[in-house]
Design a protein. Sequence first.
Length: 193
Amino acid sequence: MTNETESVLSGVGPRLKALRLQRGRTLAELAEATGISVSTLSRLESGQRRPNLELLLPLARAHAVPLDELVGAPATGDPRIHLRPFKRNGQTYLPLGSGTGGVQAFKLILPAGTNLPQPDPQVHEGYEWMYVLRGRLRVVLGERDFELKQGEAAEFDTRTPHWFGRATTESVEFLTLFGPQGERMHVRAAPAK
């Protein structure tokens, strides 16, 4: 095996771990989604197990990324982003970038429904910014419970208990930027009067 191949394979584990953590998934959740055991996933992420196609294909599907992103293939020069939506908890996520580190951008679509979802606030490391494109988004942030309408934005530290969902029975579309703790968005706004 060449040094170049060995170098590519040794980078797969850290990329897999970074993807899983960025998406807020546990090894157990990923094991359930892929059919790969927790111990195998752990060994892949730590570099103790060599990746192969039978393991990488279900992981690429579960993370909704192209296989070449998992193995760190060189860029082809095509600047277009090929959106590959994925669903989680009934929500549709459209990744708006192909990077695996730093700030991640997504368009989220919460489908219309007759029942309004009940808040279940969660906490995790990171910082989030959201901007509503269409509909009304209910946001629970710590003790605050408010709605964002089309054209409104919010940003917050995700270590604060938070939840978001439809405020009405109509669907909601919004953009979200999520980054590791400390990578705050820099938004220019008119000063408060």
